[in-house]
Design a binder for this molecule. Structure first.
Ligand SMILES: Nc1ncnc2c1ncn2[C@@H]1O[C@H](COP(=O)(O)OP(=O)(O)O)[C@@H](O)[C@H]1O
Ligand SMILES: [Mg+2]
Length: 198
């Protein structure tokens, strides 16, 4: 049952809206798109692995956008640029730069003042940035990689598991993840903190 469902999901053709800005015209289905994106994301991870990065570098709009560009720049024309339309998730499109600036400043403050333990700083950052929803797509994966960059580069700790399963596909793990995100929206960060280290 589960397998059939995922197979069908992967075969779903992309609609015209979803194809907007696609740089690789041969991509026709959701499954093919996931694969190309995943390859691109792996290059972005390789890039971050080989670098030492300071909080003052990481916690800038330019760096946040450059990570998104490295993750999706081979696949999407709009990679690394803020969303120009409103969505059911995220702040109003005009509020993106200012809300992001608040988050970057808050996070630098938390780091300087040790306001929260390291995992909690990275997970709070991840939660806030995905709720801003800076980009047209790819925000979930971008927010998790940003959380990994913060925990590894700023605090010298191992990267998160994020539930240790593919969160892009539908399934129990994605439901558990979204439940934890919703708890964080309501002010309880603990479920997402636990999920991040499962
Ligand atoms: N109600 C919700 N439903 C789906 N995703 C949500 C919801 N609330 C917050 N999110 C976040 O938005 C992300 C999906 O945004 P999207 O830009 O499509 O990212 P991605 O393409 O990497 O999955 C999820 O991974 C999750 O972190
Ligand atoms: Mg998406």
């Amino acid at each position: 049952m589960g397998l059939d469902f995922e197979y069908i999901q992967g075969q779903t053709p992309l609609d015209e809206d979803e194809k907007d800005g696609l740089l690789i015209p041969i991509i026709a289905t959701r499954g093919e798109l996931d694969e190309f994106e995943q390859q691109n994301i792996e290059q972005a991870i390789q890039w971050t692995l080989t670098r030492s990065l300071k909080p003052k570098t990481i916690l800038t709009e330019a760096f946040v956008c450059s990570v998104h560009k490295r993750m999706y720049g081979d696949v999407w024309r709009w990679a690394g640029t803020f969303r120009k339309t409103n969505k059911n998730i995220g702040v109003d499109k005009w509020q993106i730069p200012v809300e992001l600036k608040y988050l970057l400043n808050d996070t630098l403050f938390w780091i300087d003042h040790k306001t929260y333990p390291p995992d909690e700083i990275a997970v709070r950052f991840k939660h806030r940035i995905v709720s801003i929803h800076c980009f047209p797509n790819g925000n979930g994966r971008h927010s998790r990689l940003m959380g990994d960059i913060i925990i590894e580069k700023v605090f010298n700790r191992p990267v998160f598991s994020w539930g240790a399963a593919d969160l892009v596909k539908q399934g129990d793990n994605r439901s558990a993840y979204l439940t934890a995100i919703k708890a964080a929206d309501a002010g309880n960060i603990t479920p997402l903190l636990i999920f991040a280290r499962l």
